[in-house]
Design a protein around this ligand. Structure first.
Ligand code: ADP
Length: 263
């Protein structure tokens, strides 16, 4: 009896180990598939600008007689594509550092209005769209990494500038207290993001519509999500607004003991 009970226990233990091994194997396979997909995306993203640079430099080298305008146009394309490559590599490196948790935050207590001012200037929004703000609500002090939080805002505002095609483009920046933090909403009056893409938009390389027509590589919102998480907050898409609407929720104070910001 004792012997059979021991045997049964051993057999249960064996099945548990087998199940764990199966699970680990499935996870490894999923990771390997993810890695392959990521590498193939990166290769695609790098190949497009590289191909333009190679073709246009060959035209410049072998193209015979060319007007100064043609020469200038072709070298302009090479310059723009090289810039796109640099941006892509910078974004990939930044995302890698953020995902590995190797980023150190520089926390300060600053007025939210200053971070919004700075982000609006850096994204060039003020001259390209009407911006509505609520100065009274922005006069709140927040403990955060101002450089990283403005990187998020610049990305969201920059996207509104890039993608909002309304004849009278407009961006509303709304602030309100929510729990122990702030909700900061960025709402434009463009076409917005279709319902089926709202979930995936924060994933790496996610783009809506024709991927080659869009300006970026689809890394901006993935970077925003990583930064906001590091800052102990969340970022989400708000459905049901006139255009695209993003909500950033950040705590007013960093809870270092929770280890969220102490990377
Ligand atoms: P990208 O570098 O392509 O701009 P993002 O991750 O910042 O990458 O954005 C992902 C995609 O989400 C964009 O390619 C675009 O299709 C869509 N998107 C982002 N912001 C907006 C917006 N304000 N209005 C409409 N579409 C947007």
């Amino acid at each position: 009896m004792e012997y059979s009970a021991r045997l049964e226990a051993q057999s249960e233990e064996l099945s548990r180990t087998a199940a764990q091994l199966r699970e680990a194997n499935e996870k490894l396979t999923a990771l390997s598939i993810q890695k392959d997909a990521f590498l193939s995306q990166i290769s695609h993203e790098l190949r497009t600008p590289m191909t333009s640079i190679r073709s246009f430099s060959e035209i410049l080298r072998d193209g015979g007689d060319m007007t100064p305008e043609q020469r200038s146009r072709f070298s302009g394309v090479i310059h723009d594509e090289a810039q796109r490559l640099t941006r892509l590599l910078d974004d990939l490196l930044d995302l890698g550092v953020l995902e590995n948790g190797q980023v150190s935050l520089r926390l300060e207590t600053v007025p939210l209005s200053g971070i919004i001012d700075r982000s609006l200037s850096a994204s060039g929004a003020v001259t390209r769209m009407a911006v509505a703000r609520d100065p009274a609500r922005e006069q709140v002090f927040i403990e955060t990494d101002p450089d990283r939080l403005s990187q998020v805002f610049i990305n969201l505002i920059g996207n509104a500038v890039k993608y909002c095609q309304a004849p009278d483009p407009r961006l509303d920046i709304r602030v309100r207290h929510a729990g122990a933090g702030l909700d900061i909403d960025f709402v434009d009056n463009g076409a917005g993001i279709p319902r089926e893409s709202q979930e995936v938009i924060f994933e790496k390389f996610a783009r809506v519509g024709d991927p080659d027509a869009a300006g970026g590589a689809g890394l901006g919102l993935a970077i925003c999500r990583e930064i906001v998480h590091r800052l102990g907050g969340t970022i989400s898409y708000l459905p049901g607004q006139d255009g695209a609407a993003f909500r950033v929720h950040v705590p007013l104070r960093q809870n270092l003991s929770a280890g969220l910001a102490a990377q």
